[in-house]
Design a protein around this ligand. Structure first.
Ligand code: UD1
Length: 418
């Protein structure tokens, strides 16, 4: 197991290229199950989660070739409709195969994912939606067993779940007739999935709004698609820049994909410039505390909450952070406190009192974004060394983060833990 050693106190400076969005890549890979001909994805990030999805699809019999930044997926060799527990438990997003398998083959057997560090994360909305489309579902030995040819229907989601919206879109694209999904998630990754499906013959409109209409088609072909830039990765590097009083530019991301986040950086006192596909944020003279509340898109992303908290630990003044999307997403708090942060928790709210400095400490990563927060805290810490253990969490969603932060001037290295 690797750990990350960080000596902080240096402002990050420079330009960094953002990779393709993890949260687009995983549903897009699953969506290629629907394609009767090969698909090519460009701008694929090299992440543990990408490889985990590759394993799930390969276990179904798909042929996948991942070279450089592009991936070819051939679903004509699928021989099984079962996604086993051993693979699904390692990555929840494996559950994305349920909708496309059912849509294309009229049957699927997919392990239920179970809970994870940030909450119980049920899949009830996915299942209710599939039933509304006419699937017959039963749970046996920890697996969802789904059968039936799907027919279009109207379905309103109880909550704009990103995963449920994607699973239902992928199922409905092959249903007979028209499906209208309301109260859906509006995240940019949903629009990216719709663009891919439409590119291979789907008929989906309204993705990016709260009502998506899908006209079912008999078959989908193949095609090529370029994955959008990762807005969460971009946000993480921008926060690291501001938190260290630096000047960081991220390239390869659409600034419109961060509509609530960029105004918050400005409100904190950072100078933020955007153009085309880049964003620059500087905070040479420091920054102040903020109130932040996470919400589904276009609200402040829950996936940037922990990193923002790490930054606000050394803000001038008091901040209040409310987590409204997941029930247990403050795993970073106890570790940040070990580095000298002053944070008190009250239900889904965290009050962060800015301190003048953090100090390095050995800390433990618990989930993907909490570990990014600990790396940022390590970069901020003015004294001592921070050792972040269990960095496999970070490798799930950031490609070689230490090399890329080092290119911005950070003193960070990865070592193998005994
Ligand atoms: C996706 C993202 C994740 C992000 C999250 C919220 C991927 C691969 N992951 O996760 O990075 O943090 O969106 O932006 O895209 N819920 C239910 N029942 C359901 C489904 C969800 O109650 O059937 C609840 C969840 O427990 C959670 C909330 O809805 O409290 C949001 O979850 P959801 O939007 O589904 O997140 P994911 O798709 O799992």
């Amino acid at each position: 197991m690797d750990k990350m050693l960080i000596r902080g106190g240096r402002p990050l400076m420079g330009t960094i290229q953002v990779r393709g969005a993890k949260n687009s890549t995983l549903p897009l890979m699953a969506a290629s199950i629907l394609a009767e001909e090969p698909c090519v994805l460009h701008n694929v990030p090299c992440l543990h989660d990408t490889f985990a999805m590759d394993k799930v699809l390969a276990s179904l019999g798909m042929t996948i070739d991942f070279t450089g930044r592009y991936m070819t997926l051939d679903a004509s060799t699928i021989a099984s409709q079962t996604a086993p527990y051993d693979l699904v438990r390692k990555m929840r997003a494996s559950f994305f195969v349920l909708g496309p398998l059912l849509g294309r083959f009229g049957r699927a057997r997919v392990s239920l994912p179970g809970g994870c560090a940030i909450g119980t994360r049920p899949v009830d909305i996915h299942l209710k939606g599939l039933e509304a489309l006419g699937a017959s579902l039963r749970i046996e030995e920890g697996y969802v067993i789904a059968d039936g040819r799907l027919t279009g229907a109207d379905f309103a989601l109880d909550f704009p779940s990103v995963g449920a919206t994607e699973n239902l879109m992928m199922a409905a694209v092959r249903a007979e007739g028209v499906t209208r999904l309301s109260n859906v998630a509006r995240e940019p990754e949903i629009a990216d999935l719709a663009a891919f499906l439409n590119g291979i013959g789907g008929r989906i409109s309204g993705a990016g709004t709260d009502l998506i209409t899908i006209v079912g088609v008999d078959a989908l072909g193949g095609g090529e698609h370029t994955i959008i830039g990762d807005r969460i990765e971009a946000g993480t590097f921008l926060i690291a820049g501001v938190a260290t009083h630096g000047d960081v530019t991220v390239q390869g991301v659409n600034p419109e994909h961060l509509p609530a986040f960029l105004p918050k950086l400005r409100e904190a006192g950072a100078e933020v410039e955007t153009q085309g596909n880049w964003i620059r944020a500087r905070a040479i003279n420091g920054f102040k505390g903020l109130d932040v509340a996470t919400r589904p898109f276009p609200g402040f992303p829950t996936d940037l909450q922990a990193q923002m908290m790490a930054m606000l630990c050394v803000a001038d003044g008091v901040s209040v952070i409310r987590e409204n999307v997941f029930e247990n997403r403050f795993m970073q708090v106890a570790e940040l406190a070990r580095m000298g942060a002053d944070i008190s928790l009250d239900g889904n709210a965290a009050v962060v009192r800015g301190v003048s400095a953090l100090s390095g400490a050995p800390v433990m990563a618990s989930d993907l974004r909490a570990s990014a927060a600990l790396v940022i805290a390590g970069l901020v810490a003015e004294k001592g060394e921070t050792a972040v253990a269990r960095v496999y969490h970070i490798d799930r969603g950031y490609e070689r983060i230490e090399e890329r932060l080092a290119a911005l001037g950070a003193d960070i290295r990865r070592v193998q833990q005994a």
